[in-house]
Design a binder for this molecule. Sequence first.
Ligand code: ADP
Length: 574
Amino acid sequence: MIRIMHKVMQHAGKYKTRIRCSYISALIKGIMMKMPMFMCLYAISLFMEGKMDEKKCLFIGLAVLTGVILQAVFEHVTNVLQSAAGYMVFSDMRLKLGEHLRKLPMGYFTEGNMGKISTVLATDMVFIEEICMPVLAELVTFLISQGLMVLMMFFLDYRVGILSLVVIGAFILIGHLMMDTTLKHSKLKQKAAETLSDSVIDFAEGMGIIKSYNLLGEKSKSLTKQFEESCDKNIAFEEDYGPWNIAMNMTYGIGTALILALSAFLYLRGSITPVYFVSVVFLLFDLFLAIKAFYGQMARLTVTSASLERIDEVFEEVQLPDEGKEVLPEEDTYVGNEIEYDNVTFGYTDKDILKNVSFEVKKGEMVALVGPSGGGKSTIASLIARLWDVKDGAIKVRGVDIKKVPMSNLMDNISIVFQRVYLFQDTVYNNIAIGRPEATKEEVTEAAKKARCLEFIEKLPEGFDTVIGEGGASLSGGEKQRLSIARCLLKDSPIIILDEATASVDADNEKAIQEAINELVVGKTLIVIAHRIKTIKNANNILVISDGKICEEGTHEELVKLGGIYKSFVDKSA
Ligand code: ADP
């Protein structure tokens, strides 16, 4: 519990004092809770000894009333302080996490971590803010209540006090074993939930493909299996946890019986007075309630450690350093290569994907990357936009190593047209304006026109103000492509990385997309992952990429003459 409190404190930032105050308030509440009981005990002893009078009766009555009122007041204060602090801490933490995720390399988002991110945001943080924070304060109350009860037992008779401590020891032992079981299962349960979350995201995102390839049965079978696994893990937890819960209840029963037996024995031997015996019996049924409730709540909290660990794991992911201070030289004044790949080696994992790749792109040139699938074309293109950092060598834009350039400056200079277009659930206008938020309405309209979007936008129910469905569901693939090109046209950055669409669109759409691209690339430095011979032929330089290396390099004519991989590719496409 202390560890969890400490960890929560580490994340609490500016709300530390507030949380500490809530613990103090919970502590006072715990003391106040016991006040009526101790006063009743006092009253019983006075009656039995025949010492009760009106003044004492009034005092006891007032003390009970004060205890009840203060308990309510401190309960309210604790709730307000603790619950609000939970929401505040996690609202800040979500913003911090968003900022952190923004700075992670792209690889993090494609390595099956989407499930983890959604679990951290949707389950872990919600669990801690809604359940853990209020429960922590409650635990403080339980602890203080339990402490007071044991102290009272010592006050009545030291032997009864010692036996109470022994029973508490048994509770602690069983409680720890119970928590170990919960912790072990919570990790497995959480892993299953993450995998399930990943699969559901995958299933939903890939619905189009799943349906078109008739994989619905197969994919939903694997998803059903994941659901079953998650269900099995939950049942296994209940099966393992159940016996500990029973043991806890038994300790409570046996402990209470032992205290009763001991005090009866002491009373019969005349070691304690009748008043003390009645007092023990009076307190007995409340004696171990607090520690029992404590472990009942602790079991819920063991998940907190795992949740906090997972939150830490996401925060510990190494960000792409963005400490560069060198601003790229203006493209109009710079003489030299626009892009330079200087002996670059890179791998997503320990395995190198690109090996000592070097090439140059002059300003205004178009370079086509061609070659077999999996050869490394997309990797080469993404590294220029610094979606990942190279392992060895350097990538330079206008002579400056991109690691030394502020990310925002680099991004101002580069636009990427991905094959897979992502549109935000926002208006058509805003989806284009993202390219350059400060653009005027005329500029946005002009970009839409150049990207051959105007015609279909005007047909939409509310034109530019039409909200696109999540993921751009209400537009055709070709229309989405053109919208993303309009975005880039508006951004008007000097370098463009283009992943040519492989999916076949109808002839009209293809023509419109080609026209949009033609508008986009005028006067730009262009790197195209090319699939169409027509595009490739126009390139100033063609790099044939296979197995992470440049195997052939030259113009279309030169490479055809060479009679290598490129030639056979051209022959196949003919
Ligand atoms: P191409 O664009 O030529 O088809 P890629 O650059 O996409 O090739 O892929 C090159 C190699 O890198 C392949 O073996 C691919 O499996 C691997 N790869 C691509 N992206 C990732 C990634 N995000 N994580 C791990 N490996 C990847």
